[in-house]
Design a protein around this ligand. Structure first.
Ligand SMILES: [Ca+2]
Length: 449
């Protein structure tokens, strides 16, 4: 399969109709130098990774040198959120750059379509002349909205097997996270000469992780790593494969990388939200369910080793990516361009308020979540009413100060109700079953996206 030929042809085709043509570069003179001014974009979206699961976010046990190296060469974002937990809503929100409630998704609603009249990140980047690639879990849109149908030109196939135990084409065993890392190497190697957008969303470190190869567990100091800890080490190795390939092609400085989790910690298997409480499972009312470890790098544009402490969310990745590619943001996107904040040119929160409104009555009750973040405050609704926590003083949400701050509760509730008023009627989870699928097999399925 001659994928390189396809990629270049399609790049020229789309560039001719996109922003480069609009800026009056004649097609004949469209050199690689001009194309290279657009950075590659990579999103590393790790399933159920907790805020406290990696070294640069305070984990004392799990060695994550490659992920930590991202923080050394870019910005560590300490107050970064997902607005729509868990897996499916989080991914739908990321890929559309908007609160998923904007199209009625106010709970899991797996299989609910994403809007056809709004470009996904992949469609946006494809139309800007990028080669677009997807690896891993999809869990977005309805059955007709797989990665190929929503903008991804190159899709890594889903190898046969169960969970993390997969089979190679020759019948030998391969650990899924290893295979996913190999796919990253292949995609970058194949497309290094073109601007590319890669969405890496491995199944890792989603439960159940019990089959993590022992050699990963052995790398936890002391050699007594849990299956979960080993699974995080394997993700770090996959990130290492990406970074090595970028270096091999000399495109590290031309690549904008976003690293984060799709929702809070897999605590049942040992993931941690430290210093916060909560996470996946029964603790979904607490901060740890929506607060994820985020790193953004773009050497030469985002300063190395900085920490951004303002409030932001994964809905900002779309806006930031569009700004990096010097393209206007589509209407309806909720996000902000984070680059000026990461550079220190703008101060404070990218979003003054962030809202959670998981109100689907047909969803599992634990997934319903009503909350607001503003300044150091977190207001969250329990059966007995609004609770209020000062996350700076009380990250574990042990001291509810709602009764001492009635005016603040009024203010935040008004803002919250104002947000809710902007939303269309919700589409219940009960009405939707299953979404778009990644093709099965080995290697890549190449299309036009
Ligand atoms: Ca998840």
């Amino acid at each position: 399969m001659n994928t390189n030929t396809f990629s270049r042809r399609d790049f020229v085709r789309t560039a001719a109709t996109g922003a480069l043509a609009a800026s009056c570069y004649p097609l004949q003179g469209l050199s690689k130098d001009i194309a290279r001014k657009k950075p590659n974009v990579v999103i590393l979206f790790i399933d159920d990774l907790g805020f406290g699961d990696i070294g640069c976010f305070g984990n004392k046990r799990i060695p994550t040198p490659h992920i930590d190296s991202l923080a050394e060469r870019g910005a560590k974002c300490t107050m970064s959120y997902i607005t729509n937990p868990p897996c499916s809503p989080s991914r739908c929100s990321l890929i559309t750059g908007m609160y998923a409630q904007r199209f009625g998704k106010s709970g899991m609603a797996r299989g609910l379509p994403i809007p056809e009249d709004h470009p996904t990140m992949a469609e946006f980047m494809r139309d800007a002349g990028y080669v677009t690639g997807q690896i891993g879990k999809w869990d977005i849109g309805d059955k007709s909205q797989g990665p190929h149908q929503r903008g991804f030109m190159e899709v890594a196939k889903n190898a046969p097997g169960k969970q993390y135990d997969r089979e190679r084409e020759d019948g030998s065993y391969v650990y899924l996270t290893d295979l996913d890392g190999e796919y990253m190497e292949e995609f970058v190697d194949r497309n290094a000469k073109n601007p590319f957008f890669l969405y890496f969303s491995p199944f890792a470190v989603h439960s159940k992780v019990k089959n993590t190869p022992q050699h990963y567990r052995d790398r936890v100091p002391g050699g007594d790593g849990t299956a979960y800890e080993g699974a995080v080490v394997a993700v770090d190795d996959a990130v290492g494969k990406l970074l090595a390939m970028l270096k091999q092609h000399g495109i590290e400085d031309d690549t904008l990388i976003f690293f984060t989790g799709d929702n809070g910690a897999n605590r049942a298997e040992g993931g941690t939200s430290e210093p916060y409480r909560g996470g996946k499972g029964k603790d979904t009312q607490q901060e740890g369910w929506v607060h994820t470890p985020t790193i953004i790098t773009w050497p030469g544009t985002i300063p190395a080793g900085v920490s951004y402490e303002g409030k932001m969310a994964t809905i900002d990745f779309y806006s930031t990516m569009a700004a990096a590619a010097e393209l206007p943001l589509p209407e309806r996107c909720d996000g902000m361009n984070l680059i000026p904040y990461l550079q220190g040119k703008k101060e404070g929160d990218a979003h003054e308020y962030i809202f959670w409104h998981n109100a689907d009555p047909t969803d599992e009750p634990r997934r319903n979540l009503y909350a607001v973040r503003w300044k150091d405050w977190r207001m969250v609704k329990y059966p007995d009413g609004w609770h209020l926590y000062d996350l700076k003083k009380d990250p574990k949400e042990m001291d509810d100060v709602a009764s001492k701050n009635p005016e603040l509760i009024d203010q935040l509730e008004k803002r919250y109700q104002g947000f809710v008023k902007t939303l269309p009627p919700l589409k219940p989870s009960a009405d939707f079953k299953g979404g778009g699928q990644v093709p099965k097999g080995w290697g890549w399925e190449i299309g036009k996206g």
